[in-house]
Each structure stands twice: as C-alpha cells, then as structure tokens.
Design a binder for this molecule. Structure first.
Ligand code: DON
Length: 567
C-alpha cells in the first residue's frame, strides 16, 4: 500500500489528502469505500459523499456531476450514458440515459442530394446533437436507490464551477483551436472555455465556469425538471431554433431515462452483468466470454500469439452479430438478444474457429482496409461503498468535447451522439460505417452504443467493477480487463495496465497498443493470417475489485488526471 500526500489547490485552499494514490500497477487499497474516475477532483468529491454517509449511487452521482465541471472532454450534463448497479443484497439493475433523436429526426436527415453525408452533419453542427440524457439518468438512479438528499450530491459540482479549478494541460489543443475560431456557432463555447472569451488559460491557472454553475444550480434546486423544463430547456431550444438544430422544448420535456435489466451471463462460475441495448456492450461482452469459456486461456499464456488469435476470433464474431442485430430495443422489438447470449449460440460461433488460421470477416467486397481513428473521450467511473454496493457508470459526449457547441448562457457542451446512428441507410464499408436497419435514425430513437459499464459478481456479491472509454474498443478493453483478472489472476492494477488489442469484424484488421506486445508475438500472430496496425493507447479503464475483504481500485495510467481514492 502506498500512502502518499497529494496537495491539491482547490478553491484557493491547500488541501492535503491522506488518500491512497495509485502508482501504476499497484492498486489503491481501501477498507470502507472507493471511487475511481478520470479526474482527481471528481474522485475526491465522490469520496466525500461516501464519507458523509452516501451510498455508491450517491457517490457516483456526485462524481458524475463533478466530472461535468472538471473533465469537459467527456464528463457532461449535455450527453448521455449508462449506469449498472449491483447491491450488496444481490439487487441488480441498470439505468439507460442514452441520448435520443429529436422528434423531427429522420433516417435521411444527414444526407445531401447525392446520397452522401452533407458537411459531416452527423458529427458536426447542431444536427449532430441528441437530446441529452445524463441529468434524467442520474435523477432516476437517485430516486430509486439514492440515500442522501439530491442537492447535497450536486452541490460539489456547483462549487467547483463557481470557485474555479486549475486548468489542465490535456485541454490545451482544444483551447488553442477554440481561440483561433471566430465561427458564431461556437461563441458561447469561447465564452465558457477562454479567458475573457479570447485567451487560452495556462495550465494551472484558475478557470471559473459561472454559466455552468447557474445551470447546475437549477439542477440542484429542481432535479430533473431543472434541466428539462424552464430556463435551461428554453435556452437550449432557442439556440437550436436560431442555428438550424432540431431539438425543441417539447423534445426536452418528454425525455425520460429508463430503468432496465442489464445483460446477464456467466463465465467460469462468475456472474457477469453489463449494459443491455441500446448499448451493444453487454451482448457482445457475454457472447465473447461464452466463446472463450471453451478454452484454457491461462495455459496459452497472457498475450501470446495463440491467445491473441482466439481473442480476435471471438471479437470478430461478436462484432458481426452486433452490426447485424443491435439497436434501440424500443424500435427493434424482435432483436434476438436472448438467443445471442446463450452458450448454444457461442458454441455455434466458436465451431468455425481454427486454432491455426484467422477467419475472414466477409470484407473482401469492401476494398482496402484501414482503421478509423477513434478518440478516447468518453469517461468511466467505478464506485464501491462500505456496504459493498457497486456502481459502474460510463457516459459520453461522443467525440472529445462532443459537438463543441455550448448554447448561449448554459455553460455546458452538447454531445454529437447522433453520429452513433447508422448515417446512410443500406451503406456499409470497411471504415466501420454500418448501414443496417436496427440502428438507422428515427424520431425519439436512441443510437446504438458500445459503452460497457460492467459488474462481475461471485456468490451474489459484486467482485469486479469495470468500464472504459474508447468507442468500439470499449467492449474489447472491458473483456480483456475481466480475462486478466479471472483467467490470469492479475491484480486490478496489473489487469488495467496490461497491453490491449482490438478487432471489430470490419475493418478486418487488429490494432495492438504500440508498447507492450512483442514484435516476435506479432510475427507469429500475423503468420496465422491476421493484419495488424499499431495504435497509441486503447481505453482508460477505471476499475475496482475486492479481495480478502479489501477494496482495490485502479485508475488507468493511460488517463491524464485519473485517480482512485479510497478510505
Ligand atoms: O456510445 C458510444 O459507443 C460512443 N459514443 C462512445 C464514444 C467514445 O468512447 C469516444 N470516441 N469514440
């Protein structure tokens, strides 16, 4: 255990925490509760909620609101996500607060007269914005499972926004880009993120967000309606009307988060719970685990060529199912989810795996293959409280800083999640565009996601809490962290730090993290017929596991400001 004193300059006061800060592969150990998130100030706020008697749901809500202030690239109130809960009493549930397409949305809304996407409009500009879900989701989770008063949970975020936080170096690229733009669409973004609306804050300089603080106060005082009705809703709708967006006050007023059952699977005697559709994460994760259960992975050796080969073959098959079948269940009543997660289906998929040769991804018709670079800017947080209740929460704006749009006087970034719909009906290509029907745009539909907040339980108690950002790589990162613990007996720190790979059916190429998988292994792997691309890093997994009565947390050292903090 490493005891370290971190000195934080928060709101002008020097705060010396006695928290246990993580160092690489050595996880943080705690007796009574632990929060892991992408920003130390958010983890700390969550921990304070635990210490004040809040449960894991309360602490997750506090952390999520604090991230909306401290991690604008992905923490949000203008986006959406999913929360998976496993209580110490065995209760398991999930909250779906994925964004929705506005009422006026249609399957062809992004297409120009030539049938192609017009001006990148599914990912840029007002049409790319889905109706945000985060506030509704957190409010619903609180209503169902929260313990402390709502206002208490939102207040730390209000204070962080009002008093200011140190600007961090990882924001420099975004801030520079903003300072060079004079596009009127981003005027309120410049006001929110630049000094006097014009100059870039230096790292460490105090950055205050008064408009965001005002939006958060309305949420603090009026809950769900403090966002979806009244001033915030009016400001959002007026902005959209002025700039050619579709979201109206009605869209906001009718938005509701949903409580639903997560996907449940088993793996070598463990119970695996992960997000159900409209996330593809749970179905794909359980499919892959079911396929891999047939092998003795430990005997193959961690990240050996043989192991990476069977891992890839499981990924290829699960991602093909994903593309064919998955979307918003409210619009796809016949999705064969129950069948896809059976052991029998996995056995069928696994039967075609040749232990010496790569399978084809049926991609020959699509020409040259290459990977679409995906940003890592979603964020995941994990919490366990003193009772042993567990929360796994992943939420996002889609791209880093989402659409980069802030509606006037609201102070928060809006998502560009509409880009997660299949944009061109019937068009599939090797860049990863999928044109299959289940995920085409429709009024009030939720776009398919890869976010995979997950909880693994043993004998009815939460044992492992896992999640990460990374677009479609999310599902494979979560898979590998789980296998690292269950098959390779790693600590949670080792499991999070270990190098990762990704394959998603199409394009038929595997990405390896550039550092960590040896060239010799790569040669053996390629000899089986796989194509390999190197990438920088994959994901930022913030995870928790329990062992011998202690709670261990690991913030991925791939993240800039991530931190596990326990007590
Ligand atoms: O919901 C999803 O799957 C994506 N919007 C997540 C995006 C992400 O992790 C970052 N970048 N691609």
């Amino acid at each position: 255990m490493i005891h370290r004193c971190i000195v934080l300059i928060v709101t002008g006061v020097l705060v010396c925490t006695t928290s246990l800060a993580q160092s690489g592969r050595i996880p943080v150990a705690a007796d009574s509760g632990l929060v892991v998130s992408s920003h130390f100030l958010a983890s700390r706020a969550g921990l304070e909620t635990l210490k004040a008697g809040g449960n894991a749901v309360d602490a997750a809500i506090t952390t999520a609101f604090a991230l909306a202030v401290t991690l604008p690239s992905a923490g949000n109130i203008g986006g959406g996500g999913f929360l998976v809960y496993h209580g110490a009493d065995g209760e398991v549930t999930a909250f779906n607060f994925r964004e929705k397409a506005p009422l006026a949305a249609t399957a062809e809304m992004f297409l120009g007269p030539d049938g192609k996407i017009r001006d990148n409009s599914n990912h840029e500009g007002p049409l790319s914005v889905g109706v945000p879900g985060t506030v509704a989701g957190l409010a619903l989770a609180h209503k169902r499972l929260g313990q402390l008063p709502w206002a208490h949970l939102v207040e730390p975020a209000v204070r962080l926004a009002e008093n200011g936080i140190p600007s961090t170096r990882d924001m420099a690229g975004f801030l520079r880009m903003l300072s060079q733009s004079d596009d009127p669409l981003y005027a309120a973004t410049r006001k929110a993120f630049l000094k006097d609306g014009r100059h870039v804050y230096a790292p460490g300089e105090r950055w205050r967000q008064p408009d965001l603080a005002a939006s958060l106060k309305r949420i603090r005082d009026h809950g769900h309606d403090g966002f979806y009705r009244g001033e915030t809703a009016r400001l959002l709708a007026e902005f959209m009307a002025r700039h050619g967006g579709l979201i109206t006050e009605e869209d906001l007023a009718i938005y509701e988060a949903e409580e639903q059952a997560p996907i449940h699977g088993t793996y070598h005697g463990y119970d695996v719970y992960a997000m159900s559709p409209p996330s593809s994460g749970g179905v794909a994760l359980v499919t892959m685990l079911n396929i891999l259960e047939a092998y003795n992975l430990a005997d193959m050796g961690h990240n050996s060529a043989r192991y990476l080969h069977v891992l890839t073959e499981a990924m290829r098959r699960a991602f093909a199912d994903r593309a064919e079948h998955l979307g918003d269940p409210n619009f796809n009543p016949d999705m064969p989810v129950e069948r896809l997660i059976t052991k029998a289906h996995a056995e069928k998929l696994g039967a075609s795996i040749d232990l010496t040769r790569a399978s084809a991804s049926d991609s020959a018709a699509f020409g040259q293959v290459y990977l679409v670079p995906e940003s890592e800017e979603t964020t995941h947080l994990s919490v366990m409280d003193a009772e042993g209740n567990a929360v796994s929460l992943t939420y996002t704006l889609e791209y880093g800083y989402g659409s980069r749009i802030v509606a006037d006087d609201t102070g928060f970034l809006l998502n560009n999640e509409m880009g997660d719909f299949n944009p061109i009906p019937g068009y599939t290509d090797t860049r990863g565009y999928i044109g299959t029907p289940p995920n085409l745009v429709a009024s009030e539909k939720r776009m398919l996601s890869s976010m995979t907040p997950s909880i693994v339980a043993k004998d009815g108690k939460p044992f492992l809490i896992v999640g990460t950002p990374g677009g479609r790589t999310i599902i494979n990162t979560v898979l590998q962290v789980i296998l690292n613990v269950l098959d390779f007996d790693m600590t949670i720190g080792e499991a999070v730090e270990a190098p990762r790979i990704h394959h998603q059916w199409l394009p038929d190429v595997t990405s390896f993290e550039a550092l960590g998988i040896s060239p010799d292994t790569r040669t053996l792997y390629e000899a089986m017929g796989h194509a390999v691309r190197l990438r920088g890093t994959q994901g930022r997994a913030h995870c928790i596991m329990t062992r011998n009565g202690l709670i261990y947390g690991a913030a991925d050292t791939r993240s800039y400001n991530g931190r596990a903090i326990g007590y």
